[in-house]
Design a protein around this ligand. Structure first.
Ligand SMILES: C[S@@+](CC[C@H](N)C(=O)[O-])C[C@H]1O[C@@H](n2cnc3c(N)ncnc32)[C@H](O)[C@@H]1O
Length: 389
């Protein structure tokens, strides 16, 4: 246990780190996940990967006197930033980034944005960070007993996705990487006023439900398996997040509402008929009926092994005719497709998401503030509605 009268060093998951506050002119970059911190990420990618650029980081530093960056000669400034990025990339922790605040299970940076973005681009999942006293005591107070009890009761040896607590860091995990979370966050962009609703179908231990709740979405996770559900419940307590979890088959879930965004990651393959079957079958029909009823703007999806069959099923039997491939993923020995289904062309759907969402009660509306990074990166493949089915 650390002495909380002084900052203390902790090992923390990089995906729980959010940017600190920026002044008004750059406020859109405040409290966003690292992958959405475009100015810093773009500069880091430019130096380490030869793509991206310095423009948005330059604009930020020019509009933000508090950043302590030297104004003036841009070439000299770029050289200096590139030198710092290379130094961070070479040496493991030249100085630990500082977490100023722990709030809604997010670690809010006080210092070290560029360093953290370097580690993110390098694909690290855990880093050492210095936590200020109040953040450290809250972070350390996260209750692990419910999860420990569930793991013991189930004699559980592994998790499908990571548990974001140091005590469980070395547990066996089937899908360790942040690739899927990065794709989701890249597609949605940083969200400002935060009342968009999400339904996570087959949420398992709730990994995506919790990450999106950290970003301010209003999330419901549905899971049919009692043991996964028990773990998800205990994680909800550990993370202290306001996520609604519903146990039962998705086919029977009947809320009196639609969701702005639905996640269906590596779950719809359960509903496919046997390979070669001439009829889609009752389960698949039940699935598409549910999707037609419950998906508002976007269905973010990852396939099982028979990806094209899932795509055809959804496009032929729902109004989700537009499919955009966001990336190829792999997990548990299967090559998978990862993409988004929308009712209208994807960019229109994103604008609807920007303008949509419920009023948070304070008169402010949900807003997405940047176009999906993934579309800008040119990796998306859009399939027009006319080729549906
Ligand atoms: C391979 S896991 C994927 C978990 C999570 N979506 C992810 O990608 O990290 C599939 C999950 O879907 C759940 N599942 C399968 N059929 C379901 C159904 N009909 N209703 C709800 N959940 C279901 C399983 O219990 C399992 O937790």
């Amino acid at each position: 246990m650390s002495n909380h009268s002084r900052p203390s060093v902790h090992k923390v998951p990089l995906d729980l780190i959010f940017s600190g506050p920026f002044p008004a002119a750059s406020a859109q970059w405040s409290e966003v996940p690292l992958v959405n911190l475009e100015p810093h990420m773009s500069a880091v990618r430019a130096v380490l990967q030869g793509k991206g650029g310095f423009d948005s980081y330059w604009e930020l530093t020019q509009s933000d006197a508090d950043q302590g960056e030297p104004a003036g000669d841009r070439r000299a400034w770029e050289k200096e930033v590139a030198r710092r990025i290379r130094r961070y990339a070479r040496s493991w922790m030249p100085a630990h980034p500082t977490i100023g605040r722990y709030d809604r299970d997010r670690l809010i940076l006080a210092d070290g944005h560029l360093r953290c973005c370097v580690y993110k681009v390098q694909g690290k999942r855990w880093i050492r960070a210095k936590l200020l006293p109040d953040a450290a005591s809250r972070w350390d107070a996260r209750p692990t007993e419910p999860l420990s009890r569930a793991v013991a009761r189930q004699n559980r040896k592994s998790f499908y996705t990571p548990v974001e607590h140091e005590r469980f860091r070395t547990q066996r995990v089937s899908r360790k990487g942040s690739d899927r979370l990065d794709l989701i966050r890249g597609f949605l962009g940083p969200i400002r006023e935060r009342r968009l609703s999400v339904l996570d179908v087959g949420c398992n231990i709730g990994y995506y439900s919790f990450h999106l709740a950290r970003q301010g979405f209003e999330v419901v996770g549905v899971e049919s398996d009692a043991q996964h559900f028990e773990v998800a419940e205990s994680l909800r307590q550990m993370y202290g997040l306001d996520v609604e979890l519903w146990q039962g088959p998705f086919e029977s879930y009947a809320p009196a509402r639609r969701f702005d965004v639905v996640l269906g990651l590596t779950v719809f393959w359960h509903f496919l008929p046997p390979k070669g079957s001439p009829d889609v079958g009752d389960r698949a029909r039940a699935l598409t009926k549910q999707l037609e009823t419950l998906v508002g703007h976007a269905l973010i999806w990852e396939s099982g092994a028979r990806g094209q069959e899932e795509i055809d099923l959804i496009r032929s039997n729902t109004g989700l005719k537009h499919f955009t491939l966001l990336g190829q993923t792999a997990g548990t020995g299967v090559h998978r497709q990862f993409g988004v289904f929308t009712r209208v062309p994807v960019n229109e759907a994103v604008s609807q998401l920007r303008g949509g969402g419920r009023d948070g009660g304070d008169g402010r509306r949900a807003t997405l503030i940047s176009p999906p990074a993934i579309l800008e990166a040119g990796t998306a493949m859009q399939i027009p509605a006319s080729r549906a089915g």
